[in-house]
Ligand binder design. Sequence first.
Ligand code: F6R
Length: 604
Amino acid sequence: MCGIVGYAGARDALPVLSDGLKNLEYRGYDSAGVALCEGGAPTVYKTVGEVDDLRAVLPDASEATVGVGHTRWSTHGEPTDANAHPHTDCTGDVAVVHNGIIDNYDDLKAELEADGHAFASETDTEVVPHLVEAELADGASPADAFAAAVARIEGSFALAMVVDGTDAIYLARQDSPLCVGHGDGETFVGSDVTAFLEHAREVTYLENGDVAVVTADELVVEHDGERVERPVEQVEWEADAAEKGGYEHYMLKEIHEQPRALRQTLSGRIDALEGEVDLDVDLPREYLNSLEEVQFVACGTSYHAGLYAANLVEEHADVRATVHVASEYQFRGGRDPWRTLVVAVTQSGETAETLAALREADRTGARTLAVTNVVGSSVTRLADENLYIRAGPEIGVAATKTFVSQVTSLALLAVHVGRERDELTPTEASDLLEDARGLPGAVQRVLDADAQVRAVAEAYADSDAFFFIGRALGHSVALESALKLKEISYDHAEGFPAGELKHGPLALVTDDTPVVAVLTGGARAAETVNSVKEVESRGAPVVGLCTDGIGEKFVDDALAVPDLGAMSPLVANVYAQLFAYHVANLKGRAIDKPRNLAKSVTVE
Ligand code: F6R
């Protein structure tokens, strides 16, 4: 989730773009660039690094009154100068910035290369300027050329383009936000309003499928080839609130971003009809068939993602799967490196213990795979193969969207390994992938029930000890839910396999210890109901995260989880995120920066 800024007006575009990029820095970035229209082909300045690094290569002023800028969060191609946006065509007349992922870029790139186009980057984005170039060469106007290029790309995108000889910015939006700010004789473009909030507060938000042209004083939007009007809204937020998209905390914003993050995670990777997965990792079929063990190494929330994944791998790929707290990995023996795949799960890619475990695995000769959110992070340089979860930058210390994207990426890995080992039929794989495909919608339905979660949180927020129980996939979600609550509310919260309660923890259960039970598909809900009865008979109130028909009548508060088979417990986890958030917020905690914790733990 990169950042886009654009300007068309009468003043020098350069400082407006440069300040806009600075405002977008909070989103995270690894490179930045601008394209300035100074009369003639756009002049492009770009560099890997921070906006200040870009500023070091920018001139002090420019003649340009139109331009676009970009901060990049890599999904295709390492963070390098060449991969930074804007991207241009062969002539240099067209410059494009892009947020999102173009699913069919491989095919388009092959076609364009066969037609003689030379590519300068490893990005998916670069197909767009070359597609526009081809249309322009055939005599199309810039607007038609842009619309024709947009019609050929699949995936999620917010695009902004400038072209030699025009004073317009060409925009398109599909599943990635883009808005236009209306000033007095000048127009601003942003992937969110923070890009231009100090200049314009009257804003038009483009909708999915919109293609638009903006000039200094006009916005023309088309949808399905027809001109449409989009409303102009007044933005009341101050900059700090705008960075959080109007949410009170980054954590809440990131919880609400999950449907989009999940779409990005899945984008271009699954063919649910055929039961096929394309993860772009080099794990040959013979190697996967020789495997005797998959070891997941990780810390904290990522460890819980590993637990979820191990369950899926064992069930669907019929290979032993073990999960290791990374800091303990070096103390374990009994490895056969030649038949072991070691999977390091780390959203930051920088966690010292996970890196140390991966080095240890590498030393023994095992093949290694990193599952991470950060392209170019330390783990990607250590591992043999990388699988990016594409959740976009996460600012809140408590991991939310990265957890769901980790689990989803790992579920795709389980399907891939299962298919290659012939343990999953295409039909079985197809069913699992359909469930994965349903995730963004199912998570959205949970988010839509936020008021209900808040009411439940209000009922129990005075308690200072909570238990979470679940079985099978629900066990990892119980652990993750307890971690989320404890780290941001500072309450005592523990997750247990439901069957373990009676072996000790039941002694702690009273009428003041709410119990949250995962009662979904994929989580052995019928058996967990027995544990629910055990705690209820000790007076504990029970909140059930329930798939239709399982468990509602046994709990005090039921939150409905859409049925998505093995993905249902992951959807239930979103309720637990909201529950943790509201309990912590009611207690007035520092939710985005809980005491004693850091986003990235780079010391052992
Ligand atoms: C909890 C949390 C931490 C991290 C852990 C590992 O919300 O964020 O438990 O999961 O520090 O971090 P990564 O995934 O960056 O290796």
